[in-house]
Design a binder for this molecule. Sequence first.
Ligand code: UD1
Ligand code: CA
Length: 455
Amino acid sequence: MDNLRVLILAAGKSTRMKSKYAKVLHRAGGCTLIEHVVSTARGVSPDIFVVVGHSADQVKTAVSAATFVDQKEQLGTGHAVIAARDSFSGYSGDVLVMPGDVPLVTTGTLERFIRFHREGGYQASVLTAEIDNPAGYGRIVRGNNQALDSIVEHRDASPDILKIHEINSGIYVFNAPVLFESLSRLRTDNAQKEFYLTDAIAILAGQKHKVGAFKAESAEEILGINTRQELAAVDQILRRRKCASLMAEGVTIVDPASTYIDADVRIGPDTIIYPSVQIYGPSVIGEDVTIHSFSRISNSRIGDRCTVLEGCVIVDTVAAEDVSLGPYAHVRMGATLAAKVKVGNFVEIKKSTLGSGTKSMHLAYLGDATIGKDVNIGAGVITCNYDGVNKHPTVVEDGAFVGTDSQLIAPVRIGKNSYVAAGSSVTDDVPPDSLAIARGRQVVKENWVKDRKKK
Ligand code: UD1
Ligand code: CA
């Protein structure tokens, strides 16, 4: 919107969270609280200012493309806005002030609120909500004709005021010069001995400035986070929203309540997600994929028609179409699986590439390996990729068959179409079209048991 800047207050500590990290760095729905607020704010204005103090460097890293204002000491929300005074000198437009801990508010609500402020000709407006349990929030006190009179903090409120259920969201629009003028009158004669931004409302109302209160349609949107319980509640709401939008786009989610999908995940239609699945980071899941229970997929791409069976952990992996994984597969660190690969029970794949049609169905470890097409990796095959100091590569060429319980001691290469006999410890390269047997020969001592008993 024109003639609008956003000022986000994010310098506070997290006393009530009992955390050493700034509150706005805690995560819900897959991103930090400050990322949620900044991305919503960008929907109304590109001119974003963020007041930082506690964990300032980390907050700056979490947010990109904003102007940062340092609040060296945290003496209250009013003090945080005063810290931004110089950045706003010479600016005469509107400023949308937001706390960094209200991640659920939507751009639509902000737009309606700003329109209310402008169309009503207010100098200051506050976004409010009616909530069942207003404990902890500032209360909206209205005077004659319901006009906004002041905001009273919970800790400073009389029993009568505590009965008010209309609360301050901490989101305001001010005419910038009027705001900064009022802040020079703030005092700290309150329960927290802080400069309260909320007091600007009573100051401006007392000076006969036009101040307004706009009630949000959804109380849920203005939930602020001050405790770990509230963080969990907001996380649940964000995940519910994500599941709802995926279902609207054609994804079946059998049990949304137990499904955890980050905001940036994309999933194609007709994919089915069973209960207790977690999909994190910027993962992309194709169409007609089936993901069974208790699997976690992070930062990975899973192609169309893949099946992920129960209990898989898939991290930083790319799987092409028609790949089958699990149950209980662990695939990680840049693993790349071509079309129709099958990775089965208790198989770990690290930093390895498997060509199309290749199978490793049972109990294997493939690390730092390049495996060609249509290779069969038998049960219990292990790449011995680490010598205690360095990691070494293993190459298995197209069409090779590596027998059960073999160890491939890297660096080593198994040639095209070759066989490795079961139970081999392969230390030397195997040329194409060959059979390698690398194990002790079986010795059978007939009647050994009977002979021993006779002694
Ligand atoms: C504030 C409001 C309260 C409102 C509630 C809504 C005041 C005095 N109270 O209370 O009326 O109902 O938000 O969620 O404003 N911050 C700074 N510097 C500071 C202090 C705070 O940047 O010195 C930042 C915090 O990082 C936070 C935001 O301001 O993002 C709000 O501070 P917080 O302590 O959470 O205020 P509340 O007690 O929740
Ligand atoms: Ca708060």
